[in-house]
Write a protein that binds this ligand. Structure first.
Ligand SMILES: NC(=O)c1ccc[n+]([C@@H]2O[C@H](COP(=O)([O-])OP(=O)(O)OC[C@H]3O[C@@H](n4cnc5c(N)ncnc54)[C@H](O)[C@@H]3O)[C@@H](O)[C@H]2O)c1
Ligand SMILES: N[C@H](CO)Cc1c[nH]c[nH+]1
Ligand SMILES: [Zn+2]
Length: 441
């Protein structure tokens, strides 16, 4: 396949190497400009704007203020529309996702005696209201419903709502409704894109204001979250999907090509690279791609072709596995597969990746839908500072302190010394002997 990008890491200049790590999210200027009036319209016109954008952008001609919120009847109807096999897969996935996320739930409170008679610790409470964004543009995403709802329910967020675009029939994707109900979320609004972020940030007549929004989305959603970061907590940055397949010489290049196409098929703005020091793997992967494309739907094949022949995907030949691991760390992918019969040999060399999947039987698809770890992951080098969506994203932490009469003297003496050094007289007074006098009265 002559037009698939094949890069030799050794022959690239620093600029060329760094260009390979660039994602579509790096320049959102087009989207930021277009999204601003949408946010303003929602702020000023509320439901009227949501109905207008739903009709214009999602072609939901039958959307009205009255049906913006999913009804009980629509939830019930969804179970009849979804194949039993799909419901079973949703239940299977939710079971594993719940089991994984329950392990993340911290004790509600802990206290440690840091000095005799002086205690310090943390207390956790759920965030009072969170909106979950479930995309629906280039596909429907019951799996994102599972990944966002389960940790929120495990964290016991009292006020949860899903926002997701309506289809042209002004309905929410049926499997999304099924997944929401099984996971335990009952409020769903038919609004997507930038207008959904604005709706939960400002609140409208129908849509309740939320303190935080989580969930992945297209650049429209990412741009809106950036612009509204002062109004609502936008959570971790989760934009267009991306993956790196890191393969050594122990595996088949055909297998590597198969997994390279997983995330490359999300959209033309996705990113997907296969990196290997093995020329055999490169040539087998190139040979396999046409057959694999023949097994894909036309639209998904076109998306992945765009990715693998454009600026954000292809195959990279590295000098060695060490060289390849260094590149992976520079890239900081959302999903990483270490495809090798000895994956643990390389795990220690990878420091920057949102998700690391090991071996030849853990393709990204299994992690996207079934395994349990969260598939809402930071993109565009977000792995440098963020982790995957987790139960703790739905909790807020308060520090707890308790000093007893026994612990007071040492604490007060040291606090006073620093208060005086910093020049804060009231801070110092509050830990002076005056306190002991006042305590006597
Ligand atoms: N990082 C992650 O964890 C993760 C997980 C799943 C999906 N994803 C990514 O999420 C993204 C989902 O994107 P999507 O498009 O499928 O769904 P989406 O719901 O994010 O975007 C569709 C919405 O965008 C808005 N929109 C579309 N065209 C517009 C225009 N011209 N002007 C204004 N608004 C417009 C519409 O409101 C529409 O409802 C994909 O890029 C996918 O790769 C990421
Ligand atoms: N790969 C996505 C996260 O980047 C998750 C997903 C859901 N459905 C398909 N893929
Ligand atoms: Zn995916």
């Amino acid at each position: 396949m002559a037009d698939i990008n094949v890069k030799h890491l050794r022959s690239l200049s620093r600029e060329e190497r760094s260009a390979l790590t660039r994602r579509s999210e790096a320049d959102l200027s087009f989207f930021l400009e277009k999204v601003e009036p949408i946010l303003e319209a929602v702020r000023n016109l509320g439901d009227d704007a949501l109905v207008r954008f739903g009709r214009e952008l999602d072609k939901a001609d039958g959307l009205t203020k009255e049906n913006l919120k999913v009804s009980e009847a629509e939830f019930d109807e969804a179970f009849g529309l979804v194949d039993d096999k799909v419901i079973e897969a949703i239940r299977f996935g939710i079971g594993n996702i719940r089991s994984f996320h329950e392990e993340q739930l911290p004790e509600p409170m802990w206290l440690k005696e840091v000095q005799p008679g002086a205690f310090a610790g943390d207390r956790f409470l759920p965030i009072s209201s969170v909106a979950l964004y479930v995309p629906r543009g280039k596909g429907s995403f019951p799996s994102v419903t599972m990944m966002t709802s389960v940790p929120a329910v495990v964290a016991k967020v009292p006020d949860l709502a899903i926002v997701t675009p309506p289809g042209p029939d002004e309905k929410v994707d049926a499997a999304t409704l099924v997944a929401a109900r099984i996971a335990g979320v009952e409020t769903i609004y038919k609004v997507g894109g930038a207008q959904a972020v604005a709706a939960v940030a400002y609140g409208t007549e129908t849509v309740k204001k939320a303190r935080k929004i989580v969930g992945p989305g297209s650049p429209w959603v990412v741009a809106a979250k950036r612009l509204l970061a002062g109004v609502i907590d936008p959570g971790l940055p989760a934009g267009p999907s991306e993956c790196v397949i890191l393969a050594d010489d122990t595996v088949s290049g055909r297998l590597a090509a198969m997994d390279l196409l997983i995330e490359a098929e999300h959209g033309p703005d996705s990113s997907a690279w296969l990196i290997t020091p093995s020329e055999r793997v490169v040539s087998e992967a190139l040979d396999a791609l046409p057959e694999l494309w023949g097994r894909m739907t036309e639209a998904r094949m076109e998306f992945s072709r765009t990715v693998l022949t454009g600026n954000s995907g292809g195959i990279i030949l590295a000098e060695s596995m060490e060289d390849a691991c260094n590149f992976v760390n520079e890239y900081a992918p959302e999903h990483l597969e270490i495809m090798s019969t000895r994956p643990f040999d390389y795990l220690g060399d990878i420091t920057e990746a949102s998700e690391i999947l090991l071996g030849t039987h853990t393709p990204v698809s299994i992690a996207n839908f079934a395994l349990g770890p969260n598939a809402v992951l930071p993109t565009s080098k977000g792995a440098n500072t963020y982790g995957p969506l987790s139960v703790t994203d739905f909790l807020r932490r308060s520090s707890i302190g308790y000093v007893t009469e026994k612990g007071y003297p040492d604490m007060a003496r040291n606090a006073r010394t620093l208060a005086e050094y910093e020049g804060f007289s009231s801070h110092a007074n509050a830990v002076s002997d005056l306190r002991l006098d006042y305590l006597k009265r």
